[in-house]
Structures are given as structure tokens and as C-alpha cells.
Design a protein. Sequence first.
Length: 399
Amino acid sequence: MAGKYRIGVVGAGNVAAQYLRLAPLFEPLELVAVADVRAEAAEARAAEFGVEARPVEAVLGADDIDVVVNLTVPSAHFEVSSAALAAGKHVFSEKPLALSMEEGIALGQAAEAAGKRIGCAPDTFLGGAHQFARHVIDEGRVGRVTAGTCYVMSAGHEHWHPNPDFFFLAGGGPILDLGPYYVTSLVNLLGPVRRVAALGGRGADRRVIGSGPRAGEDFPVEVATTVLALIEFASGAIVTLGASWDVFAHGHHNIELYGTEGALFVPDPNFFAGEVEFAGRDGTRRKLDMWEHPLAIPNQRRPDGQALANYRAAGLADMVRALEAGRPARCSFELALHALDVMTGILKSAESGQFVEMTTSCAQPPPLGPDEAGELLNADAARAAAKAASAGGSSSGTA
């Protein structure tokens, strides 16, 4: 179909608020309904954002919904996405695509059988800062990228999340939870991965919830909470990845890439915007003048007042435009499956102590320049959000 794609959201947790708030910024998206296994959660989100609350089965089987956005907990991603495909819906899933390669491959087979698309977060690599970094690499300014580092480390989600248990159970951990941002960003910048190696460990066997109604309650840890990995790309570049929930402070930059002509410093891929810095052969590190990209314009403010560019649902909007144009989506199934291959390979290597070869590959996503990004947006809605943010409104505590 052309024009609007009607969206049904399954899962009414924290991330649902972002999609429900931000989807109206994108021209091809029309929110219809939200569902959750907890009816009261769906009803609360529906009232908050002016959409209809429905049972999960009613969203999957509805004739007035074209795309199911799967925002359930990771352990339910496979089941919900499979059911949506079986019901004849396109699917856009929060990361990760699934918890195993077997599940990921099965989703691809189900989509092919149904003649439907699967897209998957993260879409933050479509943001203006990350697309600018890609542009700098593509124009040859860094030369041939030979190596790099990336780090995503904190003290753990139990310090801020009211119900952090599932992050530390099987299927959780920093690699599957935060790794998708970093692995996907690296594939966007450097292309597909050839093989990985890793070591992993656990800082504690139990954790204590630090906020919310369950503060003081402890819970078990089943997964590695620190993983140090080595990633070899098909291009020959070698990048180290450090992912940990056992670190209270560190001095590492999010992503650094080292090439034959210089070094590039890329901001946090959990966000759409940020500063891009470059050092040439003289070794002097300089902030680059960013291009004017629609997905880098602040449209929210954090509770501390800091301006934030948040365009979650950009990947969903690009997927439905790709459907219309008959082209691959940037947040494609192939990209998500390859990222899953990399992440599960890292975890497998951490257990076995052996290098793990990738079983998949993917095309490097096409760049998303300012003009193409602008075509995804509802100009009036995006302009109003940016104006509200500049005036101090539209507060949000997350990326």
C-alpha cells in the first residue's frame, strides 16, 4: 500500500512510551492501537497517547493494522514476531531480533513464507551524527580503517530501572542488551564481521535494586556482566569491544576508529546525535563541523534540562518507505540477523575460549543523508517538537 502504514504496538513498557510519542513525527506512520499481556498497562499507554487499547490477539488479527511493532521483553521477541508474521503482518522489533540464531533464522523463513518484511532496532545509527561519521569514512578522510575500540560500561541497570531482573537472566546481559547499538553502528561504518573472540565474567552473583517500589530487593545474576571482545571485519579492520555492568567510572570514548590517514571519534550509538571528532596525521584532535541533518535536531529535553535528539521509529518509517519503493530497508532483517550472529558468537567465544566464525553476512546499510532523512519526517510535527524542546518542553529521561 502507499501512504500511511497503520501501526499496532505490542508491549506497553518503558520503550513503548518512546515509540508512541515519536512515531507521529514520521510521515508514513499512523498509530492505531497498543496491546500488552497486562491489560492495565496497555490501557494506561492508550490513555496517555490517545490510541486504542486492545488484547494482543486483537492487534495481531486486526484488519486495520499493517505493521506490528514488537516492544516486548527480549525473551518474547521470537514468539510475538512469529505470531505477527503468521497473522499476515509486517514486523518491526525492538532489539535484539531474537535470543538465538536458530530463532533468528526461523523468523526469516517465516517472513519469506508470509511475503512480509521484518525490520529491527536499533535505528540510532540513522541519526545525524552517525550518518556524518559514515560520510567522513566514505569520502576517504580517515583512509582505510585498520583498527578501533568501543566501550559501553556502567554500574548496571539495577541502579535506575524499577524492575531490572530480566536484564540479568538468560537472554540478558550487556552484550544482548546494549551490544546491538555498538555492533550495528560498527557494521554501518565498516561493513560485516568475519569472526570474533571474547572473554567474560560476572561481577556478582546477586544484585540489589536501587530505586522504585522494590528498592532494596535482591535478585540473581545468570549472565556474564563483563565481556571483552575482539571483532575482525571482512574489510580487515580489527576492533575491541568492552561491554560491562561492573564499572562505576572509566575514561574510554564510545567508539574510536583508526585509519591510515587519521582517527575518528564517534559518539554514543545509543543516541541519534553528538559530536564527531577527527585527528589527521598531525595527531591534533578537532571537533568537525556537522552537517544539518534532520535526525540530529534536538526535539526533547532530559529532566536535567539537556537538549536531546530522539527519533526512535526512524527505522520503522524507513522500512515502510522501503516497502513502497521495493528496496531494502536500512534496519533490515539481514542486518539484525548478522548483528545477532556477532553477539551470540561473542557469548559463545567467551564460554569456549575459541574464535567463532560468523555464519552470516549482510550488505552495509545505504547511507541516510539529510534529504532522504527529511523525506521520512512529518515536517510540521518535527518542527513543533524541536520548537517545544528549544523552549524547555518535551522532557524525556531516555534516549
